[in-house]
Design a protein around this ligand. Structure first.
Ligand code: PMP
Length: 399
């Protein structure tokens, strides 16, 4: 039985929500264990205990840098990709000259980029423009060209979208940003564990990533920057001056060691793993499409992560479909906030109607997904959609 297909009583749980959070790899846990149990001291302390902790952090720094083709000295450890994105945007805006305070962000960025940019605009600290995406879900480079100018401080375009898995033309976007004298920030959180990502080849100045998306621990991540880009940032969190002064706070040594171990495993295994997982994802989609009418895929299937499928089921409310798929865990592109359910901003930005967005379900697979999981998930999805469509046609309440 796989790591993530557990039996609870007689019910087998199946986890297909890796883009939300991937399970911790046991090898990562083993790397963390000695630090958790025997690691003593603050990594900033000069004594032997501190130096030992600092040595473990530096080894992890090397592993994280290697995962994204960056320099060891460019890795700023922090509490996850949300914080890394905040540091990139807020840090750059605060340090920027008044004549260069405009941010261009793609319309499908993660909330930690979108809302941070919105907040900076509301506070009058920056101007923000959204770069439109194509119906396939990737950034429209002509739209980017139309927005660029000498006042643009930063262009922020994610590598792979968490809801659709769609891959952006990051190298092309970075090229254009660089030509306009703007920084290029890339939230690569969803890509780095699944497909190669080389920040030098892309031309990215700043890259965000997170432990729990790559089978590492949660609550730890990094912003990786070029020396020139890091010099253009002001810290968001002030204190003792850790992490080149960009992120103060005693280091989370066990978490950082776990992030490093997860990065090392991802770098070594992501290509073979993605070939296996991609075949399973395709089997899942074919299986569902073969048994159900009215199914369409959101996001260009020719350019997306191998582990992700975002499917629209015509006439079936996604929340009801998901509830009826239990114990198979998948998720909706929509989020509940303060009691009001809004459709996925990502899907709406791609041109889907609110209705279509409300009928869309994300399946995201990963390291421990098995063929048996996919057979069961296919059958549960088909049964659930049949049921929900029947319920809705019958006018009864959703289960
Ligand atoms: N960016 C992307 C693309 C993500 O998918 C996520 C996690 N949903 C984040 C940022 C935030 O990551 P974290 O949970 O580490 O704050």
């Amino acid at each position: 039985m796989s790591h993530c297909s557990r039996s609870v009583g007689l019910v087998a749980e199946i986890y297909l929500d890796y883009n939300a959070s991937a399970p911790l790899d046991r090898r990562v846990a083993e790397a963390m264990l000695p630090v958790l149990t025997a690691g003593v001291g603050n990594a900033s302390s000069a004594h032997r205990f501190g130096r030992r902790q600092a040595g473990a952090v530096e080894a992890a720094r090397e592993q994280v840098a290697a995962l994204v083709g960056g320099a060891r000295s460019g890795v700023v450890f922090c509490a996850g990709a949300t914080e890394a994105n905040n540091l990139a945007l807020r840090g750059a805006v605060e340090a920027a000259a008044p004549e260069r305070k405009r941010l261009l962000i793609s319309a499908t960025e993660h909330a930690s980029v979108r809302r941070t940019a919105r907040r900076l605009a509301e506070a009058g600290l920056a101007k923000v423009d959204m770069i439109a995406v194509t119906p396939g879900g990737f950034v429209d480079l002509d739209a980017l060209d139309g927005l660029l100018g000498p006042d643009v401080l930063m262009v922020s375009v994610m590598a792979a979208n968490s809801e659709t898995g769609v891959l952006n033309p990051t190298a092309e976007a970075a090229d254009r940003a660089g030509a306009a004298g703007a920084l290029f920030h890339c939230d690569a959180t969803q890509q780095v564990g699944r497909l190669p990502f080389d920040m030098a080849a892309v031309g990215a100045d700043l890259v965000s990533l997170s432990g729990h998306k790559i089978c590492g621990p949660g609550g730890v991540g990094a912003l990786v920057g070029t020396p020139a880009a890091l010099r253009r940032l002001t810290p968001v969190i002030e204190g003792g001056g850790h992490e080149r002064g960009l992120r103060s706070g005693s280091l989370n040594v066990a978490g950082i060691v776990g992030l490093g171990a997860a990065a090392g495993i991802a770098a070594a295994e992501r290509i073979t793993e993605s070939a296996r997982v991609g075949a399973l994802r395709d089997r899942l989609v074919r299986g569902i499409e073969g048994k159900l009418a009215g199914v369409s895929q959101n996001g260009d299937p020719a350019r997306r992560l191998p582990n992700t499928a975002n499917l629209r089921f015509d006439g079936a409310d996604a929340e009801a479909v998901i509830a009826n798929m239990d114990p198979v865990a998948v998720s909706a592109g929509s989020a509940c906030s303060t009691g009001a359910i809004e459709p996925s901003e990502v899907l709406v930005a791609m041109g889907l109607s609110r209705q279509a967005a409300f009928e869309s379900v994300r399946f995201s697979l990963g390291r421990y997904t098995t063929e048996a999981d996919i057979a069961e998930a296919t059958s549960r999805a088909v049964t659930s959609v049949h049921y929900v469509r029947g319920v809705i046609q019958g006018g009864a309440a959703c289960a």
